[in-house]
Design a protein around this ligand. Structure first.
Ligand code: SME
Length: 162
């Protein structure tokens, strides 16, 4: 396996370097969980976010179930429509929350989390496969740049693993 090399400091450039490297990483391995685990590790070490990981959609129970992640202990199950993760599933869109303390029905797995982005990951049948959830211990850490590039990452996951 190759190690990743990121030289930039600009967020746009970091993503532009990172995404092709993640793509080549997952081209080599068909297993979903193995790839999501490495993606969480790569995002955590590149950006040093507080918590980064995936919740996998269980369409039988209509719940999100904790999947591969990096960071502190997290809630294991989130019902459809609940919390920022469940709302992203319900709305079918990426949610960027600048201040989680002011967001209705944010599920606080840790009181240290201050801002959050949740990106839906679809399977090839356009059903939810997972959500990518990233939490920061600082306010307003995420913007349109993160939504754009993490959305591209979600598309890569769909293409190879969806
Ligand atoms: N904050 C999320 C729950 C997951 S944890 O933060 C890891 C939410 O409101 O859906």
């Amino acid at each position: 396996m190759h190690s990743l090399h990121i030289n930039s400091t600009d967020k746009n450039e970091i993503y532009q370097e990172l995404l092709p490297q993640i793509e080549s990483l997952i081209q080599e391995e068909p297993d979903l969980i193995a790839n999501l685990a490495n993606i969480a590790a790569v995002l955590k070490t590149t950006f040093n976010w507080f918590w980064v990981g995936f919740y996998l959609a269980d369409t039988q129970t209509k719940q999100l179930v904790l999947g591969p992640f990096q960071g502190p202990l997290a809630c294991t199950r989130i019902p459809y429509g609940r919390g920022v993760c469940g709302q992203a599933w319900q709305k079918g869109e990426t949610l960027v929350i600048e201040d989680v303390n002011r967001h209705p029905d944010h599920i606080a797995c840790s009181s240290l989390s201050q801002s959050e982005i949740v990106v839906p990951v679809w399977n090839k049948e356009q059903q939810l496969l997972a959500v990518l959830d990233v939490d920061s211990s600082e306010l307003a850490s995420f913007n349109d740049t993160d939504a754009h590039y993490l959305g591209k990452l979600a598309e890569i996951i769909t293409r190879y693993l969806g």
